[in-house]
Ligand binder design. Sequence first.
Ligand SMILES: [Mn+2]
Length: 424
Amino acid sequence: MELKKISFPYFTITMRILHTADLHLGQTLYHHYLRDDEHRHFFKQLKEWILEYKPDVLLVCGDIFDVPRPSSAVWQEFTKTFVDLHDACSDMCIVIIAGNHDSPSTIQAHSEIWKLADTYMIGSAPPAIDTSARWEENYIIRLKSGYIVALPFMANDRMEVYQRLLEYVNSENENNLPVILTGHLTITGSDITGHSDQIGNVRAVDADAIYSGFDYMALGHIHRPQTINHADLIMKDEVELSAPVIRYSGSALHVSCDETYPHSVSLVDVDSHSGKIRIKQLWIEQLRHFYTLPLNKEESFTSEKEVLKELKKFAADHTNGYIRLRIDYHVDLSSDFNNQVYSILEEGGNDLRYNPKIIWTGKSEDKSDISQIDNSVIDVAELQQMTSPMEFVISTLEDYPTLTKDEIIDTFKDIEEFLMNQDN
Ligand SMILES: [Mn+2]
């Protein structure tokens, strides 16, 4: 429902939230492009919104950092930024939860000192429910305007933890104050455009499995801003809904070149427990845009000469951005192709950045004769285009008919486990 059509004009703003997530601070793209200036550009906008809207709470719903062990420089930037945001609106409380990219224990280790700046860092997931007395208190933040049940990423979703905390809060919520829940997880049916590399990393949870008793669930992990079960509202500037509402704020930056949709920070007003919720999307201006050339999605480059010519043209009109190329599968590229691309993009002090993962279009060669492909490992370009592990399994099965599906799936799981352990 659009704001102007509301037939219920009596809305008291009891609690105002600024909801963001997936900052991925310290992210480096394509092995050597630091994004710190892009993050600073985002925080500049966030600070302006904080000054303008004066929220009761700023929620950062996980994946604060891009890697579990960010550099000292990245930590320093984080500290400087959040102290500055706190100073901009000292009545505002800040809640930061750990995502799957963050180290739970490191985030938790910093939590005590940050309380001095009214900032709550929630790193570690709760213990098994009945072990330690009053564990609930570590996950409940009581504000004058309402309650925040702040849960970080939990490796096994443990929906009973959400239920227990909501019961705990609602048993003392005599004034019908808003109850806000945080999380970092995948909800079944959410639009996961741009997440091809993360499937299988975090299990999906059905929205029905999340217990009632909250008004707004502020989520992180999926980078596209969206309200669950309201796909039609995805691009609306402002909406009014009835509680409960489950929403992803989306990430601060375009984290990968597949995220071609606009990103936003959510300004959320809640009128009372089980009441109405207004959501306004504050659209984020990105410092660098992602471009895939040719700009016409139907076209692909058909020769190296054409690529270089079009790149020069593009560089004449654009001084910054990330560039990716779409090339027909039959084009043979010379061995120094990437170097030629880099020199065109950097010419004249341009800040054009190159994503060397080429999108190959057209059909690959016939691989029905297995003797021909014995020496070729898997085609990287082909692998990069896959959006689900099952595509890999099916394509491998086609290439190697002597293997069984289970053997391929087991191998895939081994690789995933190996990579996950490396990440810890
Ligand atoms: Mn995540």
